[in-house]
Design a protein around this ligand. Sequence first.
Ligand code: NAP
Length: 327
Amino acid sequence: MSFSLSGISASSSNTTEPKHVKVLILGSGPAGLSAALYAARAELAPVVLTGMELGGQAGLTHTIENYPGFPEGVGGPELGELFQKQAERFGAVVEFDTATAVDLSQRPFRVITENGEYLAEALIIATGARPNHLEVPGEYELTGKGVSYCATCDGWFFKDKKVVVVGGGDSALEEGLFLTRYASSVTIIHRRDTLRAGKVLQSRAFSNPKIRFIWNTVVTEILGKDKVTGVALKNVLTGETSTLETDGVFIFIGHTPNTQMFTGQLEMRDGGYIVSNQYMETSVPGVFVAGEVTDNHFRQVVTSAGMGAAAAIQATHFLEKEEAVKA
Ligand code: NAP
């Protein structure tokens, strides 16, 4: 396959020559690495830019119990390594690099990274999503000093300590249950009196003696100077305020997609998710998406992996069709 470099400005903050690839994949979670496997098997020699977190959010999950093929569950980092190994076996190249800017106005698409620059004939965006913040006083100041968004990463620091979990979804309950391994008590604070989480997690949480719930309540401030000492609470029904002593605050209140870089270049819907069709195509031909960057509904490892495969299959068709026209 021959590529034309015409129309691409040579100027960039990097001095090295851009690397020209057929398929560039942004993100190394289940979506990105599954796309890499399929694109590699189509002999497109895909390059994956890992982003800040190799393995994406799944890589921060202690145990994944609902990915088919692992009846006893599998560690998030371990599953990520297996995905990577399998993709590399067929020729995918995984680069520890992060995209910082893109130009999707013409092909090949131009992607500036921390370490260089790429020109890509097809782009698969699998940059995932990041945890939402409460946006209350004390949250930013005490992040890493008792405030956390990852129980797998930080749970160990709370051995025999009291922790609070904020949220009522699957993440809050799953991570809350995980924290009971270490913490002496886990108080889950939810803004309603009904959980959003699935029934299996709910019954596990309700029957765990270390877990208790505070309903209809929001955290209005995280207290402490050099480390978390407590939270200020407000009952949303009565308006009653109170404080609760705690050593840690784990926040699991949903996610925001990592799509800022594509603003104004790709069609997006509410919340900044990239619009795609059933073929994982975006508003720009040749740019495909997979995983939580487009999906705020399923958000499962298996669905993200499926979308990654679909995006790579479609990218392959796209490039093949173009080759056929040229021939
Ligand atoms: P989520 O389902 O969106 O739940 C977020 C929770 O945070 C909700 O209970 C929400 O309350 C609460 N919340 C949102 N904003 C808040 C705020 N400003 N203050 C206080 N509370 C707030 O998010 P998630 O739990 O991260 O799950 C995301 C997706 O991943 C879901 O589709 C979930 O099924 C999936 N997931 C699955 C598993 C699994 O299958 N094992 C594990 C983790 C995640 P309301 O309920 O009142 O809206």
